[in-house]
Design a protein around this ligand. Structure first.
Ligand code: UN1
Length: 483
């Protein structure tokens, strides 16, 4: 058995397994009796070794030839793309995302690496004349140093990819902690990186709990920046500790994303956007739409059409080709979804369909997507992030009321509007306080080459993805020189 136990990657090699090390079992949420793989958990000591290895490798990597970085990133991206079906199937088994979405996610991860392979060679920097005679000024960026990357379970390969690729591209060393629910995709990614030509110590991966591994990364004086995606609660703790340690942070946290549907909307477009944004990926996306804000004339037609499509969704094993919605990631998240369904009913909302634990002989964490109407803005189901396929419909009179309702949240990640009115779509795009606005599209599902991020309680720090990622992963140098 021991040969099958996988482990963390530190200073250029996978750590050998010691008997007695704490073991982590990665289970399949479609069939929890199936152990996908077993892992030896990293502890505080191993985390400190990884941080030290990254620190020692940092000066040479910061000065490395950009062609070396471009080639390594291209190698990683190409291999992920070649193996996307296999990596997608692994992801579906450990996280429960349906196969089609899981393969799409692997593809997105590969494309992120390919994007930053090009970016490594991109010219940057500015030249200024000085206000003093015979002086020239160069402004350019330098690597931030050693980056702690803490990733969530809901995008087991794409989120690590869109953090690790720019970190390496801009000359930083990485200490990466995947979520304990999804170590297999992270391990597969680390194994590819281990063969990419990236020198020992530049990239390290630690499989282990937040309270030891995560905490050590966050508190270490050797870590210069932390890129985190996860819960708002953990994000706030990281922000506080990072402030004490004077570290740069990039935090992507929760959302309670609104999707506005106006009377003039194309009904099919509205139903598709609501169904996809709210229920695909089992609603487990920080960009999911969880508030459907609908004007009165179209309300009943939209609810009827959406309920029909929702009831028709096939919920089941993520690897089964006919499945539309896979399981919830684990029993704890399933309990959370069920408690919010209870809160909704207690607070007087009407459950049109779903909201049930679907018992299956496999013991999979299956939950039927829930559609609530007669929702009022004070209800917990309307205000709090559930992180499951639970959609609350709020009826409003007109665009002005819809806009005000969309804005009525501390979050600000993504916001959508379904309308054929140019006037309203333009107003919404310009004035929504969300970081990402979608017109006639679902609030979730974003491209890999443009900025990603939100405002308010959703995000802190500069944007992820695309060329904007440079802002987080580098620092600015201003150099004056007498001619
Ligand atoms: C998407 O909607 O395509 O954790 C991406 C999340 C986000 C990623 C969403 N950071 O759900």
């Amino acid at each position: 058995m021991t040969s099958k136990i996988k482990s963390s990657f530190v200073d250029g090699s996978f750590v050998s397994y010691d008997h007695g090390t704490d073991l982590l079992e990665n289970r399949n949420p479609s069939n929890p009796s199936e152990v996908v793989e077993r892992f030896a958990r990293a502890d505080k000591l191993l985390t400190e070794r990884a941080i030290q290895a990254a620190r020692s490798a940092a000066p040479a990597w910061a000065r490395s030839n950009p062609q070396l970085r471009a080639d390594a990133l291209d190698f990683i991206g190409s291999e992920i793309l070649q193996r996307k079906e296999e990596l997608g199937a692994l992801l579906a088994r450990e996280e429960g995302k349906v196969l089609r979405e899981a393969i799409g996610e692997a593809e997105r991860a590969g494309r992120s690496f390919k994007f930053y392979a090009q970016e490594a060679l991109r010219a940057e920097g500015e030249k200024y004349p000085s206000v003093r005679d015979d002086v020239g000024i160069d402004v350019f960026t330098q690597p931030l140093g050693v980056i702690g990357i803490i990733a969530p379970w809901n995008f087991p390969i794409a989120i690590p990819a869109w953090k690790i690729a720019p970190a390496l591209c801009y000359g930083n060393c990485v200490v990466f902690k995947p979520a304990e629910l999804v170590p297999s995709s992270a391990w597969a990614l680390a194994e590819i990186i281990s063969r990419s030509g990236v020198p020992a110590g530049v990239f390290n991966m630690l499989i282990g709990p937040g309270r030891s591994v995560g905490d050590t990364i966050i508190r270490s004086p050797e870590i210069d920046g932390i890129s985190f995606t996860g819960s708002e609660h953990t994000g706030r703790q990281i922000a506080q500790l990072a402030a004490e340690g004077m570290k740069k942070v990039q935090l992507e946290m929760g959302g309670k994303n609104p999707l506005v549907v106006l009377d003039d909307a194309d009904l099919d477009v509205a139903v598709e956007a609501a169904l996809n944004g709210s229920f695909y990926s089992t609603g487990q996306r920080c960009t999911a739409s969880s508030r459907l804000i609908v004007t009165e004339q179209i309300h009943d037609r939209l609810v009827a059409a959406l309920a029909e499509k929702t009831r028709a969704l096939t919920i089941g094993d993520a690897l089964n080709a006919s499945t539309n919605v896979g399981p919830v990631v684990d029993g704890r998240q399933l309990e959370q979804n069920l408690s919010y369904v209870r809160f909704g009913l207690e607070e007087g909302a009407k459950l049109v369909c779903g909201g049930e634990h679907l018992h299956h002989e496999s013991g999979g964490f299956f939950f039927s997507p829930a559609l609530f109407t007669d929702v009022s803005p004070k209800m917990r189901i309307y205000r709090e992030e559930i992180f499951g396929p639970v959609l609350s419909v709020l009826k409003v009179k007109n665009y002005e009321e819809a806009f005000a309702a969309a804005e009525d949240t501390p979050f600000g990640l993504s916001a959508g509007i379904i309308t054929t009115s140019l006037k309203h779509s333009e107003h919404f795009k310009r004035n929504s306080s969300a970081g990402m606005v979608m017109v006639n599209l679902a609030t979730a599902g974003v491209d890999y080459h443009v900025p990603f991020g939100g405002n308010g309680a959703s995000s802190l720090g500069s944007r992820e993805q695309g060329t904007h990622a440079r802002q987080f992963f580098t620092r600015v140098k201003t150099a004056y020189q007498l001619a």
